[in-house]
Design a protein around this ligand. Structure first.
Ligand code: ATP
Length: 134
C-alpha cells in the first residue's frame, strides 16, 4: 500500500477536508506540483486550479482558488480562500463571472484592473472545468 500523509484543507467557511492521502496535485505560484509523503518542508502560495486528492478510494477533485500551502513530511495543510467540490459549484454563477471578466478584458478600458479581471476569469474557468458538460 502507498505511503500516506495527512491532508487538511481549511477555508473561511469550513473544515473542507481532513484525511489520509497518498498524493496531492495542485497549482502553486511556482507551477504544477505533485506532493507525496516525506516532502521537504516548505510554504508556497496556491494558484487557482483543480486540486486532485489521491486517497485509498481513488481521486477526488475540487476547485482550489487561492491560498497558502504548508508542506511537512507527514502533513500538508492548505489554507484556502475558497475550495469547492464539483457538486457545490454553481455553474451559472461561474459562467456569469466568466462573461463579466471576459467583457472587462475586451473593453480595454484604462480604468480596468487587468490583473483582477484576469484572476476572476481564471477562477471562473477552473470552476467551469469541474461542472458537468465541460
Ligand atoms: P463571483 O464573481 O461569482 O463572486 P468570485 O470568483 O469572485 O466569483 P470568490 O471570491 O472566489 O468568487 O469566492 C467567494 C465565495 O463564493 C467563496 O465562498 C466561494 O466558494 C463562493 N463561490 C464563488 N463562485 C462560486 C460558484 N460558482 N459556485 C459555488 N460557490 C462559489
Amino acid at each position: 500500500m502507498a505511503e500516506m500523509m495527512r491532508l487538511q484543507i481549511v477555508t473561511p467557511d469550513e473544515a473542507f477536508f481532513d484525511g489520509e492521502v497518498s498524493m496531492v496535485e495542485l497549482n502553486t505560484a511556482d507551477g504544477e506540483a505533485g506532493i507525496y509523503p516525506k516532502h521537504i518542508p516548505m510554504v508556497v502560495a496556491v494558484a487557482p486550479g483543480v486540486l486532485k486528492i489521491h486517497g485509498a478510494d481513488g481521486v477526488k477533485k475540487a476547485a482550489l482558488l487561492s491560498g497558502f500551502l504548508q508542506i511537512l513530511p507527514e502533513k500538508v495543510t492548505i489554507l484556502a480562500e475558497a475550495c469547492e467540490w464539483p457538486e457545490n459549484i454553481d455553474g451559472k454563477r461561474a459562467n456569469e463571472a466568466r462573461i463579466r471578466a471576459e467583457r472587462r478584458l475586451a473593453e480595454k478600458n484604462p480604468q480596468t484592473d487587468i490583473d483582477r479581471a484576469e484572476a476572476a476569469l481564471k477562477r471562473a474557468l477552473v470552476r467551469l472545468s469541474l461542472v458537468d458538460g465541460n
